[in-house]
Every structure is written in C-alpha cells, then in structure tokens.
Design a binder for this molecule. Structure first.
Ligand code: SF4
Length: 438
C-alpha cells in the first residue's frame, strides 16, 4: 500500500517551487488532503516576518495535534533554516528538521529519519517537480538569495547571496514543462531584475526573454519581483517588444518618501522610482503591481501621508500592504524611534483601503474591453459561473473573473485561452462573455 503524504507549502511562490521539488522526490507516496491519514506530513515553512512565522508554527502545532501516532512530521524551509538551533531544541513535536538546502534529498532524510541543514541554499537545476495548482501554468525559479541590503529584510541572512540559475537550466525546465502541456509561466525570485548579475551579466532578463521566446509552445509569460534600481529602461523595452512576455510589472517599491527610501536602503529615490513607474505605465496594456511597508522605524506622519497620496494618485493596478515587522539581524532592528503597534495597524488599515480602491478602479477600467482569459474551472460561487483569470494576470494574486455567458456554440474547456468581453463587475469580480478562441 502506498504510504500517504500530506504536504503544506507556506509563504511565497519560490517556496512553492521547492515544495514541488520535494513532491517530485516522493512520487511513490499517495498524496492526501487528510493530514490525519498521512504517514508523512511535510510543512515547507516561511520565516521572513512575524505573521508568516506565527502561521508556520501554528500549522506545525495543529497538524501534530491530529496526526497518526506513527506518522513522521517534517519541518522544512525558511523558518526552520533561520531558527534551526532554537527550534530543534524546543519543538519536540517535529521528527525531522531541514532548512533550505536539502529539498532534493527529502526522500533520503525520510528513509534515514534524519534531520539535516546543508549550508548551501538549494537551487533547482534539472530536478523533476510535481507542478501544483494548474495544468497549464508553472512558476519558474530564476535564482536564490539576494545581494540587496534592504533595512527591514532578513531574507539574505538565511537565503544567502544572489545565486542565479544558468539560462540552459531554465530553458530546459520550460521545454520539459511545455512537453507536458504547460504554456503559461511566471518567472520568480527574490530580486528578478538582478538575474545573472552574480555572473557579471548586466541585463540577464533580456537574455532570458530572448531564450524563452525561442521555445515553441510558450504562449504567455510574466516576470515577478523586479527591483527598482536594477530595472533598466532597456529591460522594460525588451519586455514591451516581446510577443510572449506581458507588460506585467510587479515591482515592490516599499515607500515613496526620499528620506524613508534612503533609510530602507532601496538604492533608488523618489524621482527615479516615479520615472521608472511612469515609463512602465506608458506601455500598452501595462499592469503595475507594487508593495508598500508601513510603520518602518522613523516613519513620520508626514512621510506616511506622502505615501498615501502617492498610492492614491499613481493608479497602481494592485497594491500589497505590509506592516513593518521588527526582524532581528536587520539594520532596521537596530534603529531607534520605532513606531508603536497601534499606529502601524492604523496606517496599514488606511493604506489598505487605498489599495482596495486602486484595485476596484483598475478592474472598472476593464469593463467593455476584449481580453484573453483562461477558465480554471467551476467557481466556488455557482456551478453556472466559471472561474477564469485574465491571461496577463498572475495566478492567485490578481483576481478572478466569472464567465457567465458565451457567444460560441461549443462547450467551454478548462485550461485553454479564450477571447472574452468584460461585461460587468460585482464587488471585485469581473463578469465576462466568451466570444471566441484566442
Ligand atoms: S530585494 Fe530587499 S526585500 Fe527583497 S529579498 Fe532582497 S533584501 Fe529582501
């Protein structure tokens, strides 16, 4: 009887790729959603801010509480890596601890019931992975680690320096996935616009775009996690000229006040940041997504107001709002004049409302337009409403579209690209009528 595996992937899409690598090594197991039935439970944890750390610990505790007596509970990933000494001593619930270096060795660790923390950060290179969540879309990891020194960020302390994959490795993975029917790809890392800079290549993403465009069967692609000071106009022009890569610009800028950007060590001030954003938005069908942090030490009321005004005026399509998390090992941790929790919460709420209004405004602009979308399946709302995603959008983070009508006779299929007209909006969900094939 196949042993049963229950696996949980927390945190970011980079972590998800590593989880899929572990699943690739454990294909002899039967996957189960019922953790109580599982022989092996793996949690790939996230450890970059307090909220994520709590979620990871609670997930471990909850799974342990209901698991089978003779089952094995594995804690992997960033939280485990970052606090390996403390956790190994304190978290007796866990049978096997591993960090961010041994994903491709998970079967060995289970066979030997062994905890292991290999120094080198794992970077996929040819490993077979089990892609989850879609039959046509896959995340592709560009690199691991980061050379930036943002004041608030602990990621480089446990993911190390920038380590890029080489182009052949990425292209071969995409080719293998195309052969399995995947045609839509999101390229991810901590700092994508620095891709190949650790190999002394300035505009590595331009080389990536050219290489991926040569692969027959890749119909759609986007790049996530651009970093302002390493995102060049040449790169943006290369994206704009591509028939495959969307004018999808995911660029966390974190703040807009000059003094705060300097304190955050973001490498770009207000003027250059706005110049870059304006150029992005000037491109056809541009979609601009960003992230802001509120409550960083020494963030004055005036700086926060400046950020709110900018967020309201610029017209971002999507905004993520993060509350500052006081992370040991970061330069911000050593700063004086910390902002109290209530003020941080108030600022996050206020900017969160602005972010929601930006999303609604961006969605409303779509009404009456013709777009390309992919139907993922029946919606959770109603069996007659099909759940779809605009092809340009990234999965899971940019929204959902309900298909409630069609002008073509044939049955609608899941996982293929259709043309559709956006007819209406309900709440933050667009309604669409399929009008034909792309
Ligand atoms: S770019 Fe900045 S925020 Fe992102 S992983 Fe690197 S140091 Fe952290």
């Amino acid at each position: 009887m196949n042993k049963k595996l229950h696996i949980v992937s927390l945190g970011c899409t980079k972590n998800l790729v590593d989880t899929e690598v572990m699943m690739g090594r454990l294909q002899s197991y039967q996957l189960t959603d019922e953790s109580e039935d599982a022989d092996v439970i793996i949690v790939n944890t996230c450890g970059f801010i307090d909220a994520a750390k709590s979620e990871s610990l609670n997930t471990i505790i909850d799974l342990d509480a209901t698991r089978k007596e003779d089952s094995t509970l594995v804690m992997a990933g960033c939280l485990s890596e970052r606090y390996q000494d403390e956790l190994s001593k304190e978290l007796s619930e866990v049978d096997i601890f591993t960090g961010v270096g041994d994903y491709e060795k998970i079967d060995e660790l289970l066979a030997n019931k062994e905890s292991r923390f290999t120094d080198e950060v794992y970077l996929i290179d040819g490993a077979e992975r089990v892609v989850t969540g879609s039959t046509y879309h896959a995340y592709i990891k560009l690199s691991e680690g980061c050379n930036q020194t943002c004041s608030f960020c602990a990621i480089p302390s446990f993911k190390g320096k920038l380590h890029s994959r080489n182009l052949d490795s990425i292209a071969q993975e995409v080719e293998r996935l195309v052969a399995k029917g995947y045609y839509d790809f999101s390229f991810v890392s901590q700092d994508s616009s620095s891709f190949l800079r650790d190999q002394n290549v300035k505009d590595g993403l331009i080389h990536l775009i050219k290489r991926i465009e040569l692969i027959e069967g890749v119909n759609s692609a986007r790049i996530l996690y651009l970093y302002p000071s390493t995102t060049t106009l040449k790169l943006l022009q290369s994206i704009a000229a591509s028939q495959i890569f969307h004018n999808y610009f995911d660029i966390p800028i974190q703040h807009i006040n000059d003094e705060m950007l300097r304190m955050m060590k973001r490498g770009f001030g207000k003027e250059k940041t706005i110049e870059l954003l304006n150029y992005m938005r000037s491109l056809p069908n541009a979609f601009v997504r960003t992230s802001f942090i509120v409550g960083h030490p020494q963030e004055s009321e005036a700086m926060f107001d400046e950020l709110c005004d900018f967020a309201e005026e610029f017209g971002f399509d999507r905004i993520n709002v993060f509350s500052y998390s006081n992370e040991e090992g970061t330069t911000a941790y050593e700063m004086v004049d910390k902002i109290d929790d209530d003020t941080i919460a108030q600022r996050a709420e206020k900017l969160g409302e602005i972010a929601a209004a930006c999303t609604t405004a961006s969605l409303k602009k779509e009404i009456g337009t013709e777009i390309e979308l992919i139907i993922d399946g029946e919606s959770d709302e109603h069996e007659y409403l099909l759940s779809a995603r605009k092809l340009l959008w990234a999965p899971d983070i940019d929204g959902e579209i309900f298909v409630n009508d069609k002008t073509i006779d044939e049955e609608l299929e899941f996982g293929i690209i259709y043309r559709a007209k956006i007819t209406d909006i309900t709440g933050d969900i667009l309604m669409a009528t399929v009008t034909g094939h792309a």
